[in-house]
Design a binder for this molecule. Structure first.
Ligand code: FAD
Length: 391
């Protein structure tokens, strides 16, 4: 209970871990080191209320600064962990300092994938509070926005931009936005939602590059066409921030590999949140998910693990997204499925149920929050995962 626990990362997983340590009675020093200059904040608002509003506004802190002092949590912001030497219980920081620890908790999340061909001409990405003023300013002046990538962030930015700012073209390499994850039928319905809201979709055509042109940017497609834009936002996925752990003795494989109780190959190092690939006992597989609710609960779980708990982390994955005034909610885990049942009724929105060998694996609800709550209960009763939160 007197151990020195250092948490590297400044997102929701780090926040939950720090406060959970105190709730669980930990009395030793707790230090949180975050690369951003903000205390942990609600990242999910960046592509929603904060983008759609008159001005970007300040990030919405998960806990205000005094709460950290009250809980005896030391916070070092604007500082990055740069190296964890193998076999040593100290972490080196970007300001030249180093921190000794008894336990190290890694919650370093991820950063957007940004291919070189897109970054050079000034394409935008949205992951951090520091990105938001740039994206917000660009949208306030834009005459034509092109979004590369039809994932959830691309869809949310398209939704905010078309409603408030300017014409939007969303370019997606697959047949429809989200088709690789949700299948063609469901993705086709989501594509209709975008089109009905005024978003132009260009699908099945990967982007070859972006080039500067005299009066803006040219988005060059693989079929030879060039789309003109005066702002381009890239949303083609994220990659975990784990390079600083190379050579540390921690196993890395598209994230920090842990067992079901957040423990890495080093007994003094644990990991949670978007950067962690952990053994989910209910699914019998290693998962790395990029969902707010999972990261939050993972933060709590890693705090317990740092204090010696061996309780496996087995959440029912839950994700939501707000697009065109409609809430999309996903619950479950369905990396593969052999049947999708789509609701056929006259109510707004729809429900898609994903089955793997006759077993319900996941449910997507669009504009049907009550159906999502019911799906959650149904999936929980199958007993593979713990309760999921809702939002
Ligand atoms: P992060 O939030 O990525 O936090 C990691 C922190 O660690 C960052 O502050 C980073 O700067 C810091 N860091 C990185 N490297 C170092 C280092 N070496 N040293 C010190 N600090 C470091 N999920 C949903 O379920 N629903 C949504 O609607 C939704 N909307 C989203 C909208 C946006 C714009 C984005 C970007 C994500 C959204 N997500 C959503 C995903 C969700 O925000 C993430 O799953 C969640 O933030 C992950 O939390 P985390 O703490 O693991 O990592």
């Amino acid at each position: 209970m007197k151990e020195r626990i250092v948490i590297v990362g400044g997102g929701v997983a780090a926040h939950e871990c720090a406060f959970a340590l105190r709730r669980l009675g930990h009395e030793g020093p707790v230090e949180l080191v975050g690369a951003e200059t903000e205390v942990p904040y609600d990242r999910t608002l960046l592509s929603k209320d904060q983008l759609a509003g008159e001005d970007a506004g300040a990030c919405v802190a998960l806990s205000e600064r005094p709460a950290y002092a009250d809980a005896g949590i030391d916070v070092r912001l604007g500082v990055r962990a740069v190296r964890l030497p193998a076999g040593e219980s100290r972490v080196e920081l970007s300001d030249g300092d180093e921190l000794a620890f008894d336990r190290l908790v890694v919650c370093t999340g991820g950063r957007p994938v940004m291919p070189e061909a897109l970054v050079a001409p000034g394409a935008l990405a949205l992951r951090e509070g520091a990105d938001l003023p740039r994206v917000h300013d660009a949208l306030a002046r834009v005459r034509h926005l092109v979004i590369i990538g039809g994932g959830f962030i691309g869809g949310e930015v398209a939704s905010a931009a078309v409603k408030r700012y300017a014409p939007v073209t969303l370019v997606e390499a697959a047949n429809a936005p989200l088709a690789p994850v949700l299948g063609d039928d469901v993705a086709g319905r989501l594509a209709e939602m975008h089109r009905a809201a005024g978003v132009e979709l260009v699908c099945g055509t990967p982007v070859r590059g972006v080039r500067r042109e005299r009066d803006g940017l040219g988005v060059v497609l693989s079929d030879g066409r060039t789309l003109w834009a005066d702002a381009v936002l890239v949303g083609v996925g994220m990659t975990p921030n784990v390079e600083w752990l190379e050579g540390s003795g921690v196993e890395l494989d598209d994230g920090v590999v842990t067992d079901s109780a957040c423990r890495t190959a080093r007994p003094d190092v644990l990991a949670a949140g978007d950067c962690a690939r952990w053994e989910h006992p209910g699914y019998g597989a290693r998962l790395r998910v990029e969902h707010w609710d999972v990261a939050m609960r993972h933060g709590e779980a890693v705090a317990a693990a740092a204090l010696g708990s061996e309780e496996p982390f087995a959440p029912l994955p839950y994700f939501w997204s707000d697009q065109h005034e409609t809430k999309l909610q996903w619950v479950g885990h369905a990396p593969a499925w052999d049947r999708v049942d789509l609701s056929e009724d006259d109510e707004p929105g729809f429900v898609a149920r994903y089955f793997d060998s006759e077993r319900l694996a996941g449910v997507l609800t669009v504009g049907r929050p009550r159906a999502c709550a019911a799906a959650r209960r149904e999936l929980q009763s199958a007993g593979v995962a713990q309760e999921a939160m809702s939002r």
